[in-house]
Each structure stands twice: as structure tokens, then as C-alpha cells.
Design a protein around this ligand. Structure first.
Ligand SMILES: *Cc1c(COP(=O)(O)O)cnc(C)c1O
Length: 394
């Protein structure tokens, strides 16, 4: 068996290695400048300045004000803060999202439903894109919150968030004209987007935006929620009042510095790295297509440059992942084994795949360390592994 450290890693949508520059930027804040930013002596004030600077860097990438950036412990927490933070103020109003969101959104919405709150889930189209008109139609006079992800983590489809924001703005204008005082907030989960897409909140037209470190070569369990000034939000976590009272707890200074560094790098490399990854991804698709009977899941035109997701008829995705791992290639599948039962991906089901097609899917996501030679190796190895799997089946 190939030693693990020579494996070709193609699961960057699940986790990214921290960039060496990120690790380096974080280093002083573990045991040198470790002070509590709220303390009064100069060393602590210096740490406060470091945190302020990290917040400013992030705000700059988003085109936001530093006071609009709330540090959290990851994407899941930011999403929960957005949904629950609005819910606390508007418990009897309606919350809208789509059926291809990350579990962090969908599980939160299921909890809202369980507690008896009003929700609506807009279905995506078979190409994995959400129609702005369908979102607008789901918004009624009672709706206060809409969440549509910027880029999907499984099939990489890029959602028309700016277009949705335009329709939301129109609805707000109509509300204002008719004397309806309710706010209507648009949140986007941008966890998968920073490497490829412009995150300008003004261009996107969002009120709330979630980002995390773990998908952008930053530290895990770091994230931010962008909260547009004037957005009426309550905290999930009460305590010392840090993060403008929206996220109490002693600040994660190394994590915040790491996240800011990672986001800055992502923004700097966005254009060149997207082009490079798209070329490699297209090369990978052509190479595999020539040798395998595969069907791509989701739009190929409105898609993250590093994402490939396809179904292989008659193949068990989980088995394929294990065999590929053995052959030195780390990928993921659209089936997850939870408590002994194989659950097909809700995203693949949402875009119309059968359980069998969803369970026979593979996701290959490329990243900064992926080389042309890796792609050639994958094209050489994968078809044989799949053929073996077909031959030994049942
Ligand atoms: C990873 C991910 C999350 C969850 O982020 P964590 O930092 O792991 O909590 C949410 N949404 C999307 C699209 C993701 O890819």
C-alpha cells in the first residue's frame, strides 16, 4: 500500500491544509502575545490592535466596515447565529432557504420546524441552481429571513445571490410603500466561495454572510458572520459582551489572525488560482470521461472551478472511496454512512438523482497543491479501480 503522505488529496471541499503563511502569522499569538485583548496594560492593548487589524483585513476583502465583522468558531456557528439571531427577534415570522444548503443551514431549519416556526424550503433546479424567481415567490409578507448559499459544497454550483438580492430589495421597497415595517434579511453561506468568487457584500447585496477558515487554508473552528449595520440580531452566546455583544467569550486571537491571513491570500490568488484549477478540472473531466461511463452532477457552467462531481452507474460510492484511498487517491462520495445506514446526499437527491445514482457518486475537489501530474495519475488510476469494483461486485 502507498504510504499516506504520498496520497493525492482531492477533497479540498472538505478540508484544506493551513497555508504556511497562515501558520506563521498565527505563531506569536499562542504564547508570546497571549494576553486578553480586554485587559488594560499595554501588552494586552497591543493584542487588541492585532485583533482590530485582522478584523479590518477581513472587512476590506468584503468591502464592509470592521464593526460589521463578528468572529465566531466556524461556519456552522455563524449560520446558527444568523438564523437564530433573527429568530429571537421574530419568532412568529417566516424563514426561507433552499434544499441544497449545507446541513448547518438545513438542520437549523429542521429545528425551527420542530419548534413550530414558519419555514419554506425552495427546491433547486435539476442543474443544481436555485431560481431567483422561485426564491422571491417563497417570500411572503411575513418573511424576515432568506438564506441562499453562494457556492454549493457538494456539486460546486454557484447560486445567483446578487440577482436574488435585487428581487429581495424590490420586495423591501414594496413593503415600505405599503407600510409593512418588517425587515427582510438576506444571508449567504459563502464558506466554499472565497477561493473563486468576489465576496463584496455590496455587489452581492446581502445583509449577512458566513465565511470560515477551514475551507480557505485557514485554521479550523474559525469563522466570521458579516452583519450589515442596522441588522436586528440577538446573540446565541451570552457572557462578557465581546464581538459587539454578538459573540461573547475571550477572543481567539491566533484564529482570527489566521483567518484574516487566509482570506487575504485567497483574495490575492483568486483569479490566477481559479484559472489554473479550472484547467486542471476540465483536463480531469475529459480524461475520466474518455474511459468511464460517468454523468456529471450539476451545472458545469455555473460552478466552482475546482469541483467535479459525477455518478457512476452501478457503483457503490463508499466502496469506491475506500478502494481509491488504497490506491493513494483521497476523494469523497455523495453517500454518508450514518449509524450503519447509507444515506444518499440530500443535494444529489434535491437535483433529482435516484438513491442509486446519488450513492454511486464521487466528488473530486482540487486545490492549491494539485498539480498537472496529479491529474494525469488520477486519470490513469481511477478507471482501473472502478473496473475492478464492477468486476468484483456481487
Ligand atoms: C464547511 C461548510 C460549513 C460549515 O463550516 P464549519 O466551519 O465546518 O462549521 C458550512 N457551509 C458550507 C458550504 C461548508 O462548506
Amino acid at each position: 500500500m502507498k504510504p499516506k503522505n504520498t496520497s493525492i488529496y482531492l477533497d479540498y471541499a472538505a478540508a484544506t491544509p493551513a497555508d504556511p503563511a497562515v501558520v506563521k502569522a498565527m505563531a506569536p499569538f499562542w504564547n508570546q502575545q497571549f494576553h486578553n485583548p480586554s485587559s488594560l496594560y499595554q501588552a494586552a492593548k497591543d493584542v487588541r490592535l492585532v485583533l482590530d487589524s485582522a478584523r479590518r483585513q477581513i472587512a476590506q476583502v468584503l468591502g464592509a466596515k470592521p464593526t460589521e465583522i463578528i468572529f465566531t468558531a466556524g461556519g456552522t456557528e455563524s449560520i446558527n447565529l444568523a438564523v437564530m439571531g433573527v429568530l429571537t427577534n421574530y419568532p412568529d415570522k417566516k424563514f426561507v432557504t433552499t434544499n441544497i444548503e449545507h446541513e448547518a443551514v438545513l438542520a437549523t431549519f429542521r429545528e425551527l420546524e420542530r419548534r413550530g416556526h414558519k419555514t419554506a424550503i425552495v427546491p433547486a433546479n435539476p442543474d443544481g441552481l436555485v431560481s431567483p424567481e422561485a426564491v422571491a415567490e417563497a417570500i411572503d409578507d411575513e418573511t424576515v429571513f432568506v438564506s441562499v448559499m453562494l457556492a454549493n459544497n457538494e456539486i460546486g454550483t454557484i447560486q445567483p445571490v446578487a440577482k436574488i438580492a435585487q428581487l429581495v430589495a424590490e420586495i423591501r421597497r414594496r413593503r415600505a410603500a405599503s407600510g409593512n415595517p418588517l425587515p427582510l434579511y438576506l444571508h449567504t453561506d459563502a464558506c466554499q466561495a472565497a477561493g473563486a468568487l468576489d465576496l463584496s457584500v455590496a455587489r452581492l447585496g446581502v445583509d449577512l454572510l458566513t465565511l470560515n477558515g477551514s475551507k480557505i487554508y485557514g485554521p479550523k473552528q474559525t469563522g466570521i458572520l458579516y452583519v450589515k449595520a442596522g441588522t436586528d440580531l440577538k446573540p446565541l452566546v451570552y457572557g462578557g459582551g465581546q464581538e459587539s455583544g454578538l459573540r461573547s467569550g475571550t477572543e481567539n486571537v491566533p484564529g482570527s489572525v489566521g483567518l484574516a491571513t487566509a482570506l487575504k491570500l485567497a483574495a490575492e490568488q483568486r483569479t490566477s488560482e481559479s484559472r489554473r484549477l479550472q484547467d486542471l478540472r476540465d483536463q480531469l473531466l475529459r480524461g475520466l470521461h474518455a474511459k468511464l461511463d460517468l454523468k456529471v452532477n450539476g451545472s458545469l457552467t455555473h460552478r466552482l472551478p475546482n469541483n467535479l462531481n459525477f455518478s457512476l452507474p452501478g457503483i457503490d460510492g463508499e466502496m469506491a472511496v475506500l478502494r481509491l484511498d488504497h490506491a493513494g487517491i483521497q476523494v469523497s462520495t455523495g453517500s454518508a454512512c450514518s449509524t450503519g445506514r447509507v444515506e444518499p446526499s440530500h443535494v444529489l437527491k434535491a437535483i433529482g438523482l435516484s438513491d442509486e445514482a446519488a450513492n454511486g457518486s464521487l466528488r473530486l475537489t482540487l486545490g492549491r497543491s494539485t498539480t498537472a501530474s496529479d491529474i494525469e495519475t488520477v486519470i490513469r488510476i481511477v478507471p482501473g479501480v472502478i473496473a475492478d469494483l464492477r468486476a468484483t461486485k456481487g
